[in-house]
Design a protein around this ligand. Structure first.
Ligand code: NAD
Length: 298
């Protein structure tokens, strides 16, 4: 069992840190939110007052932060961990951020002799709680192998996409596809509803037909069709619209830089951005179901 410093205990990081503690690792956890910290302490983690305290003596440092600026700030900012980390520690950043930022942070840490991998995840809050996440890693083979000691207790798949930064590219490809599936599934369910179909029955039909996809399988966006999903909990507690909008922005930036054509990704980026602007940024991303509701229901 390992000693792990865990930074960022939100919707994803909280259950991930709890799973590490439950598996028997010694977890020292830190979050700016005391409430977030309490939840993981209840599951056996030790509370740290600062990020520095959390990483002290840890073999692995895992971070699960919202976006680029948080990751840059934590590692390279004024009181950045770069000056506190030691050469025998492995930093595993699981946040979804730009590939450029991951490479920049990785290079700066490497210059200081500290090993780094990016390891963004797929599987949502359900996967984080169940310990069934997919980790999409970028880094050297030996660092990714070393990380398995902790990743295997938070997920069921560990992929190496390539060198540092490659995990982030694979992750935004996946999330761009997910957004297209979510918007398309929402439109199909709204179309059926508007024409008198029961969304539960329509979901069953599509699940057994060629429209089958992950959103219908485990994350139906229509309230009442599935239990224990954000749509049946007033769109609370899942993957924020703002975070999806961020990922789609990263995908568009990457597409521009590489000359890739992503017309559907561009469309879903605009839809999620506009939904956020309308005040839904803190709802789960499946709430886009309401964006495509007939005018009479809005
Ligand atoms: P969240 O907003 O629920 O949690 C982020 C946590 O980070 C918060 O508790 C916040 O207090 C903490 N934090 C921010 N700055 C900090 C700092 N300087 N020091 C310590 N703690 C700090 O976000 P989330 O849903 O857990 O997502 C985290 C990352 O995972 C994001 O990059 C997101 O894109 C990615 N992700 C989320 C999901 C999902 O379904 N929610 C799925 C896959 C990937």
């Amino acid at each position: 069992m390992a000693t792990v410093g865990f930074i960022g205990l939100g919707n994803m990081g909280g259950p991930m840190a709890s799973n590490l503690a439950k598996a028997g690792h010694k977890v020292k956890a830190f979050d700016l939110s005391e409430e977030a910290l309490k939840a993981v302490v209840a599951d056996g983690a030790q509370a740290a007052k600062t990020a520095e305290e959390a990483i002290d003596g840890a073999e692995f440092v895992v971070s699960m932060l919202p976006a680029d600026r948080h990751v840059k700030g934590v590692y390279l900012g004024d009181n950045g961990l770069i000056n506190k980390l030691s050469k025998d520690q492995l930093v595993i950043d699981c946040s979804t951020i730009s590939s450029d930022t991951a490479m920049f942070v990785g290079e700066e840490l490497e210059k200081a002799g500290i090993a780094f991998i990016d390891a963004p995840v797929s599987g949502g809050v359900g996967g984080a709680k169940a310990g069934t996440l997919t980790f999409i890693c970028g880094g050297t083979e030996s660092n990714v192998d070393r990380a398995r000691t902790v990743l295997n207790d938070m997920g069921k798949n560990v992929f190496r996409a390539g060198d540092v930064g490659a995990g982030q590219i694979a992750k935004i490809c996946n999330n761009m596809l997910l957004s297209v599936l979510m918007v398309g599934t929402s439109e199909a369910l709204q179309l059926g509803k508007a024409n008198g179909l029961d969304p539960k029955v329509l979901s069953e039909i599509m699940l057994a037909s060629s429209g089958r996809n992950w959103t219908l399988e485990v994350y139906n966006p229509c309230p009442g069709v599935m239990e224990n999903v954000p749509s049946s909990n007033d769109y609370q507690g899942g993957f924020l619209v703002d975070l999806m909008a961020k990922d789609l922005g990263l995908a568009q930036q990457t597409a521009l830089e590489s000359g890739a054509a992503t017309p559907m990704g561009s469309l879903t980026r605009n839809l999620y951005h506009s939904w956020s602007e309308q005040g839904h940024g803190r709802q789960d991303f499946s709430s886009i179901f309401n964006y495509v509701a007939p005018k009479s229901q809005k």
